[in-house]
Design a protein around this ligand. Structure first.
Ligand code: VG1
Ligand code: CO
Length: 544
């Protein structure tokens, strides 16, 4: 190939993918050869690119477009046959997953640091998805990391940038580049799952919505589907234009970062339904008028009602949730007499269960819900599933929640995050807890007795692979639970996540304020782990 260069390089430290790809400060990603080295390591780890097809796109954050050009030139130099790219290098994570599956690509590269803020002083990220459309499993990310440790050179084509703003087919060297509309294939997939006429009727009947795309990638998707197709008024989608810095916010759909939306939904004359999605479109927050639905409850409600929706009318094969996610979904699975799987944090652990047809719905407490329609969590899908269920049940979000808790009881739930704390201290806290696990069962804390204490170790039921040290969990008599784990997506210091849960089925106690309902669990979490001492904080930064 003409103009092909092989550039010598030396390994960069710390190119180890975390919970969801490699996530670093943007300046770190932009230093000479950094992106190139990680890209070459990824290509090497999957056995080269000759004759293959990949999908490429990102969430539109700062450096997205420039990084896409580098990856194209490197893919061409590495012998890729075809790259399917979203117009302007944009693709939501679930849309990328769909494209990989639909066009039987060999995998895909998603440029995103998801819910982390973007911009020159913020975060950038890169994820590799495999041919099933899902995040690379640990066996693959380990291979990528090991390639980064021994890399001596990368290959790149000296070529002008490709204009990614116009749809159509181009070539670069011997590689074909198909520039496609990022929305249309995803939009078609949604039509296969949902009753659009029913949702259209709901909206035409006066049901009002406010959807916050948080200046991230889902704006164009939500506009095409919810405004143009389903008939919601223009302006229903807020912050709908993707911006390189997400307007200066964290594109994280929770009550703290989507505060403006919360205010609207909790004000007089609030819309009937509210939702927000994250940077790369895989997370969702669901709200009703004066109602916040915790992600764990959302999974349970969706599982209990999915049969009302065409795509799931045949019922669910099983449910899967990440370990720290509340056990509300387990109660639904029990009633449906289907399996409920408990996996480590991170969507990659759902892939085998979905591929094997063992689970239909999956969810995480961090605002991720999805199904076997793709191999990623999917924010807009979750919104449409809620809307379809509401259209059938003709009830408000608040009424659906009350009915659910009356039937199943309520798993009060909250996550407390201590962000950017001293990493050594955070690790010391976890390791001290680990050392004491064996001595905890039978002891009393804040009036409760510890029933079991362990560090979650997962054995994949399909391929037998193991993932150890996935979070310290303390379970009390009566089913209350505390989980401690360190984030694998942060880029500064360490982030400690403390997950708190208590089950309640007294009909008179189903509408408490969650922080109050969890008071003794919150105290027990401090008593057991000395969070204040290790984090040097007297309160969490974020409570969701
Ligand atoms: C967080 C969430 C986890 C989610 C991951 C990626 O990971 O807790 O549930 O799968 O982000 O989501 P961690 O390791 O920081 O707790 V996303 O939307 O950033 O791709
Ligand atoms: Co995300």
């Amino acid at each position: 190939m003409k103009n092909l260069t092989t550039v010598p390089t030396t390994p960069f430290d710390g190119q180890k993918p975390g919970t969801s790809g490699l996530r670093k400060k943007t300046v770190e990603f932009m230093q000479p050869d950094y992106l190139n080295s990680f890209t070459q390591a990824t290509f090497n780890a999957i056995g080269g690119l000759a004759g293959k097809t990949l999908v490429l796109g990102g969430d539109g954050r700062y450096f997205n477009a420039a990084a896409a050009q580098v990856i194209l030139k490197m893919a061409a130099a590495n012998g890729l046959q075809k790259m399917i790219v979203g117009q302007n290098a944009l693709l939501s994570t679930p849309a990328a997953s769909n494209l990989i599956r639909k066009y039987q690509a060999d995998g895909g590269i998603i440029l995103s640091a998801s819910h982390n803020p973007g911009g020159p002083d913020e975060d950038f990220g890169m994820k590799f998805n495999t041919a099933n459309g899902g995040p690379a499993p640990e066996s693959v990310t380990e291979r990528i990391y090991s390639e980064t440790r021994s890399l001596t050179a990368y290959r790149i084509l000296q070529s002008p940038d490709v204009d990614l703003s116009a749809l159509g087919t181009r070539t670069m060297g011997d590689m074909e580049i198909a520039i496609i509309d990022p929305v249309s294939d995803y939009h078609a997939l949604m039509h296969q799952l949902f009753d659009f006429d029913a949702i259209r009727g709901l909206i035409a009947g006066g049901f009002t919505l406010a959807i916050d795309a948080m200046h991230a990638v889902t704006g164009p998707y939500a506009r095409a589907i919810i405004e143009t197709d389903l008939g919601a008024p223009t302006g229903t989608i807020r912050n709908a234009v993707p911006l390189a810095d997400f307007g200066g916010g964290h594109p994280d759909p929770n009550p703290v970062w989507a505060k403006d939306l919360m205010t609207i939904l909790f004000a007089a004359g609030a819309p009937d339904f509210g939702a927000a999605m994250d940077g790369d479109g895989d997370r969702n927050m669901i709200l009703g008028a004066a109602t916040y639905v915790t992600p764990s409850d959302s999974l349970a409600v969706l599982a209990a009602n999915a049969h009302l929706v065409p795509g799931y009318a045949a019922g669910l094969a099983g449910i899967a949730r990440s370990m720290p996610t509340s056990r509300a979904a387990d109660r639904v699975a029990e009633k449906l007499a289907i399996e409920c799987y408990e996996t480590p944090t991170g969507w990659k652990f759902f892939g085998n269960l979905l591929d094997a047809g063992r689970a239909t719905l999956c969810g995480e407490e961090s605002a991720g819900t999805g199904s076997d329609h793709v191999r990623e969590k999917d924010g807009l899908w979750a919104i449409l599933l809620w809307l379809n269920i509401i259209a059938v049940r003709q009830q408000s979000v608040a009424q659906i929640m009350t009915d659910h808790w009356t039937e199943y009881g309520r798993n009060y739930y909250s996550r407390h995050d201590y962000e950017g704390v001293d990493a050594a201290q955070a690790h010391a806290m976890i390791s001290e807890m680990r050392d004491r696990l064996d001595s905890l069962p039978g002891t009393g804390v804040e009036g409760m007795t510890v029933q079991s204490a362990d560090d979650f170790c997962y054995t994949d039921p399909i391929d037998g692979s193991e993932a150890a040290n996935q979070g310290v969990r303390i379970v009390f008599d009566g089913g209350s639970r505390i989980v401690y784990r360190l984030s694998g997506t942060g880029t500064v210091g360490a982030t400690l996540r403390v997950y708190l849960e208590r089950y309640e089925n007294d009909p008179a106690l189903l509408h408490e304020e969650p922080q109050r309902a969890l008071q003794s669990i919150i105290k027990a979490a401090e008593t057991l782990a000395h969070i204040q001492k290790f984090t040097a904080r007297n309160a969490p930064d974020v409570r969701t």
